[in-house]
Design a protein around this ligand. Sequence first.
Ligand code: IPM
Ligand code: MN
Length: 344
Amino acid sequence: AQTYTIAVIPGDGIGKEITPQAQAVMEKATEGVAQFRYVPFDLGADRYLRDGVILTDEILEEIKKTDAILLGAIGDPRIKAGILERGLLLKMRFALDHYINLRPSKLYKGVTSPLANPGEIDFVVVREGTEGLYAGAGGSTHAGTNQQVATEVSINSAPGVERTVRYAFELAMKRRKHVTLVHKKNVLVNAGDMWQRIVNEVAEEYPEVTHDYLHIDATTIFIVTDPGRFDVILTDNLFGDIITDEAGAVVGGVGYSASGNINASGQYPSMFEPIHGSAPDIAGQGIANPTAAILSAAMLLRHLGLEEPAQRIEAAVEADIAEKGSTQRSTEQVGQDILDRLSE
Ligand code: IPM
Ligand code: MN
C-alpha cells in the first residue's frame, strides 16, 4: 500500500473534536489500500495566544513537504477578527496556490432544507481562491480622518482566471455538463468582460458542456427559488465566499458542507476543510457534528487518487444521514456510526 504524508491542523474550537473522527474514517476506508503518516501542526488561536506564532515560513516549508492537509477550523472570539483569517487560513491558501476552492452542495435524504420545495439540489461551486478582492491589494489615504478613502482592489489575471475556468469545464465533463458563470458584469465591466471572454474561449474546447451566465444578485435568488438548475457554478473569490454560505444553508446548514482548497497543478499540497467555523459556543462539549469534516476527508482521498474509498465514505455518510440525520448524537457517536457502516 502506498504511504501518504498528511499535515493535520485541527485548529480551534470544534476543529479539535471533529478532525480525529475524520482521520479515523479515512483510516478505515483505506485499509489495505493506502497508509497515512500524520504530521500534526499546532496552529490556531491557542498557539497564537501562547507564543505569538501564527504561521512562520519554516512551518510553511514543513507543510509543503506533505501530500495533503486536513484542516479542522480556525477562529476564536478572544482574537481580533482578521488576524488568524489573514495570517493563517488565507496565508496558506495563497502560499500554497490553492487556486480552486471547491465547494459541493448536496441536499441529502433525511436532511430538512429551509426551502419549502427544495427539489434535488446537487451542485458544485468552483470559487477562484487566490485573486479577486482577497488579494489584499488596496489601502487607505488620510487614514483615521474624516477624509479617509479606503480601497480594496480586485485582482483578476488572465492566467489565474483561465486555470479556474478550465477546472470548472473539466469538472462539468464528469457531472451534468453545465457551467454557470456568476459575476456582476453589468457593473464590474473590466473583470466581468474578461471572465466571460475566457469562458467563451475555453468553452469551445468542450463542445459537450453548455454554459450560461448569471449576475451575482440574481444568483442569490435562484439558489433559493430554483437550486436544481445549477450543476457547476464558476465564480470569483468573494462572490464564491458569499454564495457558498447561502448554498450551505439551503442544503440544511453548513454542518454537511465540505470543501477543498486545491492546487490543481500538483505543485503544492491541497487543503481540505469543512466550510463551517470553530463554533466556540458548542466547543468542548463533544456534540459537534463531524460530518462535514468526514466529507472533507473523502475529498482529500479523491484528490490523492483514492476514488473508491472516497465514494465509500460518501455512501456511508449518505446512508447515515438518511437513517439518523435527525437524531441527537455525540461527535464520537456519529463517527462510530459511519465507521460501522464502512465495516459492513
Ligand atoms: C471561508 C471563510 C474564509 C473566507 C474566511 C474565514 C477568511 O469565510 O472559508 O469561506 O472568506 O474564505
Ligand atoms: Mn466563507
